[in-house]
Write a protein that binds this ligand. Structure first.
Ligand SMILES: Nc1ncnc2c1ncn2[C@@H]1O[C@H](COP(=O)(O)OP(=O)(O)OP(=O)(O)O)[C@@H](O)[C@H]1O
Ligand SMILES: [Mg+2]
Length: 500
């Protein structure tokens, strides 16, 4: 280090000044000393920004060391200030340190000067470095907050315990609160969201896990809006949480759209329900027949059973067989009633894993009699490796019922075969097709059949296909019709394995 240490020395005695200089040089300090004796000179010396250290006598003819210390502290609080005096009593020394002197050295013990200066400079340097680092941190935090202010989002920071530390302008304007509002933000929560939100936040504060919740906050003018509130902890090098940074994203529009979609879904479900009930009404005669058959069989089997038991020598084995057959008949009747019942059940869409093959089998049970009366046979071609699809079971039953009944009705005049096939296609998608050999699609604008109320049947509502298409679309799939090479038409739909 060749640059000399620049010292401001307040000393009236030239010989003492000389001595101090020599001692410091002997202690390997290369120094450049500016000696001053009066208040005016001292003040001028303080203005020199190159000065790194002040050494001061305590009592001088026209000025005193304590006043000099106070001047130095107000003008240059960063400069180390060491008293070098012959007259410093213990009380005065302590007072000087209290006021803010770095150290004191008695002229009778000048050997302490070198170490004292060394320590004072080191401490000053460390302090300067620390302040610089803190300044850098402050500045980068300020920059960060400036950036956050610039983003169109509401934001806040909190202390590790959740106490409000800072809020950005947007949030302050929306809520009418600022960082001094403490936990009053909780009072802006909608009463229905309050408990859940606050509990989740407390859990995050306790665990240090990121926080995320959707809740309604009241604005300063009393209007509630939905927000997605997120907060993440900022940790220091030791992993201890220093702060939480949070944002509030306005999701009111999304929530409204969601509610509207839910309302539409419910409307659609209601419509589908009405249509099902009407179709079931039309099927009433077939269903009655379908149920009567196993019940009649059960009655017959039960009387056979009774006969075997009432014989002179009861045949328990035969009676048991007849009883078992009775159970089977009754179970079959109960199954049919169950299926009919599920189609009559009203409700909101309920998604679960659904096996399409099973649904087709169930529908065949219900439509058996209708097919029989129209001289239609039903043939199935099942893909045994068919994956399940996430879907609403009742809605899919309804679609199969619509398509199969349409096919049967198309063959009313001629009879024929209804072919129902399932197939796994790429990406786990499912393809279902229903083909008939009936009258075929209307030639003028075949796609009109999917319009609501389009029907060519005297008793038809024309709702079956339009509802089916909507249901398939709401499952992320597609339903379409195509003419067959021979007579009749084929209806097909594709379903993805999961909902969109
Ligand atoms: N398999 C088919 N072959 C020929 N035409 C069909 C077939 N399926 C439907 N269509 C035509 O599409 C029209 C609309 O069918 P949709 O199922 O929507 O109503 P609908 O069967 O007429 O009445 P509902 O279903 O209420 O009894 C039918 O009237 C018919 O003209
Ligand atoms: Mg129909």
């Amino acid at each position: 280090m060749n640059t000399p240490l620049r010292i401001l020395l307040l000393e009236d005695d030239a010989r003492d000044a000389e001595l101090i200089h020599e001692l410091l040089e002997a202690d390997h300090f290369l120094c450049e000393i500016t000696r001053v004796q009066t208040r005016a000179e001292f003040l001028a010396g303080l203005e020199d920004s190159g000065i790194e250290l002040i050494l001061a006598d305590y009592s001088l003819p026209s000025f005193d060391g304590l006043s000099a210390l106070k001047l130095a502290l107000s003008a240059r609080p960063d400069l180390p200030f060491i008293f070098v005096s012959g007259t410093l009593g213990e009380d005065v020394a302590i007072e000087a340190l209290k006021v803010g002197a770095t150290d004191y050295v008695l002229k009778t013990r000048l050997s302490r000067l070198g170490p004292s200066v060394r320590r004072a400079l080191r401490e000053a340097r460390e302090r300067a470095e620390r302040e610089k680092a803190e300044e850098v941190a402050r500045r980068s935090e300020k920059e960060l907050l400036d950036v956050i202010e610039a983003i169109p989002i509401m934001a806040f920071t909190t202390l590790p315990d959740g106490g409000s530390a800072w809020v950005n302008r947007r949030w302050a304007e929306y809520s009418g609160l600022d960082e001094t509002s403490g936990s009053r933000w909780q009072a802006t929560l909608h009463p229905d969201d309050l408990d859940r939100h606050v509990t989740k936040w407390q859990q995050s504060l306790a665990s240090g896990e990121p926080f995320e919740n959707e809740a309604r906050h009241r604005s300063a003018n009393g209007e509630y809006r939905w927000f997605l509130v997120r907060a993440v902890p900022l940790r220091n090098e030791q992993g201890k949480i220093r702060k939480w940074y949070g944002t509030l994203t306005d999701i009111e529009d999304r929530k409204r759209a969601e509610q509207e979609r839910a309302r539409l879904r419910q409307l659609e479900a209601d419509l589908a329900y009405m249509s099902r009930v009407m179709t079931m009404g039309e099927l009433a005669a077939s269903l009655a027949h379908e149920i009567k058959q196993p019940i009649a069989a059960a009655a017959m089997n039960a009387s056979v059973c009774a006969r075997w038991l009432c014989r002179h020598r009861p045949d328990v084995v035969k009676a048991g067989q007849a009883a078992s057959a009775t159970i089977e008949d009754v179970t079959r009747a109960a199954e049919i009633i169950d299926r009919v019942h599920s189609l009559y059940a009203r409700g909101t869409p309920n998604h679960e894993q659904v096996d399409l093959n099973e649904i087709i089998r169930e529908m065949i049970v219900l439509l058996n009699d209708a097919a029989h009366r129209n001289s239609v046979t039903i043939r199935t071609e099942f893909d045994v490796s068919l994956p399940t699809a996430v879907a609403d079971r009742v809605q899919l039953q309804q679609i199969m019922m619509n398509l199969m009944l349409n096919g049967i009705e198309a063959m009313q005049a001629t009879g024929g075969e209804l072919r129902v096939a399932s197939k796994r296609i790429e990406d786990g998608h499912i393809l279902i097709s229903v083909s008939d050999s009936g009258v075929g699609l209307p030639v003028d604008g075949p796609d009109r059949i999917f319009e609501a109320f389009f029907t060519t049947k005297p008793q038809g509502t024309g709702m079956g296909l339009s509802i089916s298409r909507r249901i398939i679309a709401s499952h992320g799939g597609r339903l379409w019709a195509s003419p067959n090479a021979g007579p009749g038409a084929t209806f097909q739909f594709v379903l993805p394995p999961t909902l969109p």
